[in-house]
Design a protein around this ligand. Structure first.
Ligand code: GDP
Length: 424
């Protein structure tokens, strides 16, 4: 059984928590894209964990986790992230963590280049998390990236790194007038991590092919959401990788397999980190109230998130490009303080009503058109069955289901593992 869990919106939908819930039934959990530029927050009986690189399945001892070839991995970050988990008693060893030999490595100069470019862009910046992601994916397509498997042969690594250092120094010195790269320093950095991670680095495509043949239950965990996808998102304010479900088999190393089911995680209201068009954005006190209620501060960066009501136009598009079979609707409890709940059902662009998600300038100038539904205005965090749910909450869920044209299977009413209602 191959299950994919993806974000329907701009990221931070609560995917980590849904993966944590659904990973109970899995043998293997795979991350297949992105790097440490976003964070999943998982709360369970052992505590609160922020995962930037590791698949959320790492918190379950019986699950094997895979970091796929589609990822960009900063090993220094992985070292820190792992240390915090190990300190909390989580096992991280080559038994339960496998790193693809084809995954690209985010090196210190990628982080440096990310910062230099955002600073050069100044007022026009893309809102990068400055974790080196765009530069390392750029290098992947320029064929200048170092891959995890390169660490297994230090002579080969040295040869590759020489060429890469020469090329990147031209850019760093010539374009940004910064110091050229130091081969010895970088090689020492890589050698340290080669020693630390050599036993983790394998052909994960082969490992997963065998697992598929053996009928294992595999879950693919995405970072960010549909609207940050490099092809389908709000380009150029997107991430640099494919955040959609269809990329899961490719970014995991098993491009020939078909997914059995796709779960889209969709938030009961809208949030967005960083720059770019965000049609339903609220400002001032209204925004602050929602941000405070939802604790909307970035897991990876601590940045306050932009917030607003649920956006049907963006979310229906998100469901479509993700090919979602089912939806998990998260953070419904956050809306409990509202007497009337706004839902953005269409955009107005140049005086016209638009219901399909636009791109480019049309998206930049789109204005939200709202309908209002009754709020439940009571504590719903104890709801575990449909019968427990106030009728206004059931109506809100049914209305969203109809508007985005996808079945809502789970309704999450709190951050804890058991705080959800299964609708069917
Ligand atoms: P992700 O990257 O999609 O996993 O998103 P985040 O890490 O930003 O997760 C969203 C945050 O909301 C985390 O702190 C979760 O523990 C929390 N969360 C998830 N679902 C719910 C929910 O239904 N209600 C509440 N109150 N919090 C939730």
């Amino acid at each position: 059984m191959l299950t994919s869990i993806v974000g329907i919106n701009w990221g931070d939908e609560g995917k980590g928590r849904m993966v944590d819930l659904l990973s109970e039934q899995q043998d293997i959990v795979v991350r297949y894209q992105g790097g440490n530029n976003a964070g999943h927050t998982v709360i369970n009986e052992r505590g609160k964990f922020i995962l930037n690189l590791l698949p959320s399945g790492i918190l379950r001892p019986e699950v094997v986790c895979v970091m796929g070839n589609g990822m960009a991995i900063d090993l220094a970050h992985l070292e820190k992230e792992s240390a915090a988990l190990v300190a909390a008693g989580v096992e991280i060893s080559p038994r339960n963590l496998k790193i693809s030999d084809r995954a690209i490595l985010t090196l210190p100069y990628h982080v440096q280049l990310d910062c230099l470019e955002e600073e050069r862009l100044a007022g026009e910046k893309y809102g990068s998390t400055r974790r080196g992601i765009a530069p390392v994916y750029g290098d992947k397509y320029m064929k200048k990236a170092i891959r995890a498997g390169d660490l297994l042969d230090l002579d080969y690594l040295a040869k590759r790194l020489k060429g890469v250092v020469a090329y990147k120094s031209l850019m760093i010195e010539g374009v940004y007038k910064a110091e050229p790269l130091c081969f010895d320093e970088l090689f020492a950095w890589l050698k340290k991590y080669a020693e630390m991670y050599k036993d983790y680095i394998v052909d994960t495509g082969l490992y997963l092919t065998e697992a598929v043949k053996a009928g294992k239950r595999i879950m693919f965990e995405a970072q960010l959401g549909a609207l940050r996808d490099i092809d389908f998102g709000i380009y150029p304010y997107t991430s640099s990788s494919s955040t959609i479900a269809a990329y899961a088999p490719i970014g995991s190393g098993i491009p020939g397999v078909k997914l059995d089911e796709v779960y889209g995680v969709m938030k009961a209201y809208s949030t967005c980190v960083g720059e770019g068009p965000f049609t339903c954005e609220w400002f001032g006190e209204e925004a602050e109230e929602l941000r405070r209620a939802g604790g909307e501060y970035g897991a990876a960066t601590g940045r306050p998130r932009r917030v607003g009501p649920f956006d049907v136009v963006a979310s229906r598009y998100g469901c479509r490009v993700q090919g979602a079979d089912y939806i998990a609707l998260t953070k419904t409890d956050i809306l409990s303080y509202m007497k009337k709940i706004p839902i953005c059902v269409a955009y107005e662009v140049n005086g016209e009503r638009v219901t399909e998600f636009p791109t480019g300038q049309a998206l930049n100038i789109a204005k939200p058109i709202y309908e209002y539904v009754d709020g439940w205005n009571c504590d719903i965090s104890g709801c575990r069955t449909i019968e427990d749910m106030p009728k206004e909450l059931v109506s809100y869920v049914k209305r969203l289901e109809e508007l985005v044209d996808c079945k809502i299977k789970y309704v999450s009413v709190g951050a804890e593992r058991e705080a959800y209602v299964q609708m069917f």
